[in-house]
Design a protein around this ligand. Structure first.
Ligand SMILES: [Zn+2]
Length: 298
């Protein structure tokens, strides 16, 4: 059998994916707390990748699959409970209960984008699941899903996504907050300690969020990556879910460079448990990603 050598960081991800024990884990960010609310982990298939060469695949996913996850994050600032995306809504409500947070306690929901694995928990039986929450969506993202011409232009199998996004938007219509995120260098606060950052490409208005308290920062990057085992060492690999793969790559390259240079921790919606980690540049111009230790959480 051919011997395969893994870079250490990749090995860390692979091992951690198997070692998941919890759905809920909390870490401190200054005076804030960030909690992973896991909707589950599974294996993705390499056939969704765009631009991956045989050699890249051989190095990073010898079994043709990659570990992935669906995550929601809760940030508690002291006086506000802020949710970042809403996952599928499978374990979300049980996970919140584990934290002693009821749906009516959620003050705001920051959306990275409106794909089904991010908006599923917004509704229960077609009604809003979070009665007191203000729903934050970038204006570009909102306008894309509300645009009939875009819906008609989309492939048949993606039309349902428009219907689902519209149902979520319509349920929260009275508490909708639309905004335009800036580039990361000039990102503006939309709530105290939370800044919105443009990361377009995966969807037209895909948005990331910088959470900062007492100088501690974590960057919630939504779907900036899907298959970390290959997209960290080879960030120019895209996925079939990217509406504009080239723009998604440009956003990823720009943000990875900034985040690594500024030593900022990152949290991903499809990053395996505990879903938060650190970036380091490698010699080949890609990145290593290392998950933070579960031992730092509670
Ligand atoms: Zn997603």
């Amino acid at each position: 059998m051919k011997k395969i050598i893994f870079p250490l960081a990749l090995l860390t991800i692979a091992i951690s994916a198997k070692a998941q024990q919890k759905d809920v884990i909390t870490f401190d960010v200054g005076d804030f707390a960030i909690t992973l609310l896991s909707e589950g982990q599974n294996e993705g298939n390499q056939n969704i990748l765009i631009g991956a060469t045989d050699e890249m695949l051989r190095q990073t996913m010898p079994n043709s699959t990659y570990p992935t996850a669906v995550n929601v994050f809760l940030v508690q600032t002291g006086n506000k409970n802020v949710l970042f995306d809403a996952g599928f809504g499978r374990k979300l409500f049980d996970n919140l209960q584990t934290k002693g947070v009821s749906p009516s306690d959620i003050d705001a929901i920051m959306m990275t984008h409106l794909h089904g694995d991010h908006i599923g928990g917004l509704l229960i039986d077609g009604r809003k699941a979070f009665p007191n929450a203000k729903l934050y969506i970038s204006k570009l993202e909102h306008d894309y899903w509300m645009n009939d011409a875009e819906m008609n232009r989309a492939p048949e199998n993606r039309r349902g996504s428009f219907t689902n996004a519209r149902a979520a938007i319509s349920a929260y219509r009275d508490k909708l907050h639309l905004f335009t995120p800036n580039e990361i260098e000039t990102a503006q606060e939309i709530l105290p300690g939370i800044r919105a950052v443009a990361a377009y490409g995966h969807t037209p208005g895909h948005t990331c969020y910088m959470v900062e308290s007492q100088g501690d920062r974590v960057f919630i990057w939504g779907d900036l990556t899907h298959a970390m085992v290959i997209q960290m060492p080879f960030p120019k690999v895209a996925v079939a879910f990217d509406i504009d793969p080239q723009m998604a790559i440009a956003s990823r390259l720009k943000l990875l460079e900034y985040l690594e240079k500024n030593d900022i921790q990152v949290a991903g919606m499809h990053t395996v448990f505990p879903a938060i980690g650190n970036l380091r540049r490698n010699r080949a111009g890609g990145y290593h990603f290392t998950l933070i230790c579960e031992c730092l959480g509670r």
